[in-house]
Design a binder for this molecule. Structure first.
Ligand SMILES: Cc1ncc(COP(=O)(O)O)c(C=O)c1O
Length: 396
């Protein structure tokens, strides 16, 4: 018996892909020098926050309102919640009461709090494959069970498969658009179909299936694509997002959770969410960052820099013969591997000092994830390495 419980011990093993790549990256950087390693393994936003954020932060640091750094009401400062509720509500096309906004430590904090507040042990949360791997552990911490549903070949939601997966233990369905790892934005038709299905199935099973929409990449979309609103179509919705990617503030841990204005038993849910936020040790989202982001709502990092990276990387991979869906948003590519074994393909790339994550880590073997949250020249310099690997495979 070691110090760790079995659940954590076995999770460490199954969650180790990105960590392994991280360690491998450090080893390669030491051996060959940082400019010889092409690291696409981490989804760490590399663009700096916009200058207006720095200005707001500096002003608040130098001229803090009295009591800024003290404890506050657990769901956040009232003025911040009001500003976020108004801003989110306008974008989504619903009226969000201030009490329905909970400031959280990132989207991750929000999802953990929501699941912990709602799930009975063994309740099921439906996740769409390929998944953001951390979801599994959020569900685990809330004592729930994951039910995986495959997406279509184009990584859209497959509503027939979803319908077959819903049963009496289904408590929530968790969607993520723009998607990590595929870059897919679910089209409006899909969202309408999803909401209609959840409405019907909720009636059938006799309790509301909660739709959690996780949107930390909401502002990172390209070619005029925008993320369709969910709230106007389904009342049992929790909208979750953060400023980790939109404003490049991943290290500051700032996000929010919006409870639909007509959510069934919204008052009870909010009491539970706030209790969990407090007693899971988050207590409240960081004070000065709450106030800072509220002053720059609607601002974002330079999204065009990500678009330019996509427009360099995506056609280059296609021209090498890789099969890959064009991402609508976020900063990931999820190409099919030219050999069936994705882990073996990752190793071939690694031998050329290109780091990626096998699709296996996202529940979809036969693919890899490449994050293009990197400087453009990293992509440029990596392309001959990709070509080398593709030639090796073609010659094998
Ligand atoms: C799909 C998805 N959800 C949630 C998160 C967590 O984001 P945050 O930093 O806002 O907690 C991430 C981070 O990579 C993500 O990709």
């Amino acid at each position: 018996m070691g110090i760790l419980n079995q659940e954590v011990e076995s999770s460490l093993e199954s969650a180790s892909w990105i960590r392994r790549m991280f360690e491998e990256g450090n080893r390669l950087r030491q051996q060959f020098g940082a400019d010889q390693v092409y690291d696409f393994s981490l989804g760490n936003p590399h663009l700096e926050p916009p200058p207006e954020f720095a200005q707001a932060l500096a002003d608040l640091a130098l001229h803090p309102p009295l009591g800024l750094h003290r404890y506050m009401p657990n769901p956040g400062f009232t003025d911040v919640r009001e500003a976020i509720g108004d801003w989110y509500g306008k974008r989504e096309g619903v009226l969000v009461p201030t009490e329905h906004v909970v400031m959280t430590c990132g989207a991750a904090g929000a999802i953990n709090v929501a699941l912990r507040a709602m799930l009975e042990p063994g309740d099921e949360v439906i996740l769409f494959v390929p998944i953001f791997a951390e979801y599994r552990f959020y569900v685990m911490h809330a004592r729930g069970t994951c039910r995986m549903v495959e997406t279509t070949d184009e990584f859209d939601l497959d509503l027939d498969r979803l319908e077959s997966a819903i049963g009496p233990r289904t408590r929530a369905v968790l969607i993520n658009s723009p998607n990590n790892p595929t870059g897919r934005v679910y089209p409006e038709q899909t969202i309408l179909g999803l909401c209609e299905l959840l409405e019907r199935k909720s009636k059938e099973i006799g309790r509301a299936i909660v739709l959690i929409t996780d949107e930390p990449y909401r502002m990172l979309t390209y070619d005029g694509v925008s993320v369709p609103a969910v709230m106007p179509h389904y009342a049992a919705t929790l909208g979750i997002s953060s400023f980790s990617k939109d404003l490049g503030l991943a290290g500051e841990r700032i996000g929010y959770l919006i409870v639909h204005p007509d959510f069934p038993e919204a008052g009870d849910l909010l009491r539970g969410l706030i209790f969990c936020l407090r007693t899971m040790g988050f207590v409240n989202a960081p004070a000065i960052i709450q106030k800072s982001v509220a002053q720059v709502l609607g601002a974002s990092v330079d999204v065009d820099a990500y678009r330019q990276n996509r427009d360099l990387f995506y056609p280059a991979l296609l021209s090498m013969g890789l099969s890959v869906c064009k991402p609508d948003g976020a900063f990931f590519l999820f190409p099919k591997t030219p050999i069936a074994d994705d882990v073996a393909f990752v190793k071939l790339l690694q031998a050329e000092r290109v780091l990626s994550v096998p699709g296996t880590g996202f529940g979809r073997p036969g693919y890899i994830r490449l994050s293009y949250a990197v400087d453009r020249d990293v992509i440029e310099r990596s392309l001959p390495q990709f070509k080398k690997v593709m030639r090796t495979i073609a010659g094998a």
